[in-house]
Design a protein. Structure first.
Length: 264
């Protein structure tokens, strides 16, 4: 059995967001491997350590910096990487991203070569929560998202998914897509020797033409959605302090909520 992990390069959660006009200023942004993708990679590595998975391929779409995310996943235990880089991909939405990832996956052998397709539950930048499901739909295979447990036996997998107030248990035939979240495992910190080994692991590079796609198929041309602009939330106003006897405080608060905040 072989596994593929789809990963993304995203801004560090500690990066301060700056705007240049109505666009993001990316000049000082530090990029990292999407934290949710770490759960996906860790689960695949654990399955390899349990002799369930033979090979783990890391696939990422994005500019040159995406290679850093791929190397991070390789340092965790991935075997080789695939990087799709093309200027025409600028402006791609979730649908185009899924389509390009599927074409790269098929270029690597597709469902004849891979049975376990792992994603992070979401990417912390776009936050669309949709790419894993789109990939599964395009490939015509099952998808279980939001999982906190994954067991594989033969050609079947049992996945536990968190839902409000409880959990759901799914049994699916492989190949299938799984999207992990916090609670699935505890991602490892790559050791220095593994970081050094990751630098020597092969990364195959594809452009959209290598995947049989044209500029009209990707980027803004092929997308159903487009980001028109970015803007910061309005500055928070100063708080208001009400003092006095309890009866007076309650009366003043009710008056404020009714007449000024207009929520009553």
């Amino acid at each position: 059995m072989r596994a593929v992990c789809f990963v993304k390069s995203v801004p560090d959660t500690e990066t301060r967001v700056r705007l240049s006009g109505d666009r993001l200023d990316k000049s000082e942004i530090k990029y990292i491997l999407n934290p949710y993708d770490e759960f996906a990679v860790e689960e695949a590595v654990r399955k390899k350590e349990a002799n369930i998975v033979e090979e783990i391929v890391i696939i990422s779409m994005g500019p040159a910096r995406a290679q850093e995310a791929i190397r991070s996943a390789l340092a965790m235990g991935g075997d080789r990487g695939v990087h799709i880089e093309d200027d025409a991909l600028d402006g791609s939405d979730a649908f185009v991203t899924a389509k390009v990832l599927v074409e790269a996956f098929n270029k690597e052998g597709g469902l004849d070569n891979f049975q376990l397709l792992m994603f992070g539950q979401r990417a912390i930048d776009g936050d669309t929560w949709s790419v894993p499901e789109m990939v599964a739909e395009m490939l015509g295979i099952p998808a279980v998202t939001n999982i906190v447990k994954l067991d594989i036996e033969g050609e079947k997998a049992t996945a536990v998914r968190m839902v409000e107030g409880g959990e759901e248990v799914f049994e699916v035939e492989l190949p299938a897509v799984f999207a992990g979240r916090k609670g699935l495992n505890e991602p490892r910190y790559p050791s220095l020797p593994n970081i050094m080994k990751a630098k020597r692991k092969p990364i195959t590079k594809y452009t959209i033409s290598d995947l049989g796609l044209s500029p009209d198929d990707v980027g803004k041309s092929g997308s159903f959605t487009e980001v028109l602009k970015y803007e910061l939330p309005p500055a928070r106003t100063a708080g208001r302090k009400v003092e006095g006897e309890p009866e007076e405080v309650v009366e003043e608060l009710i008056k404020f909520l009714r007449e000024e905040a207009k929520v009553l």
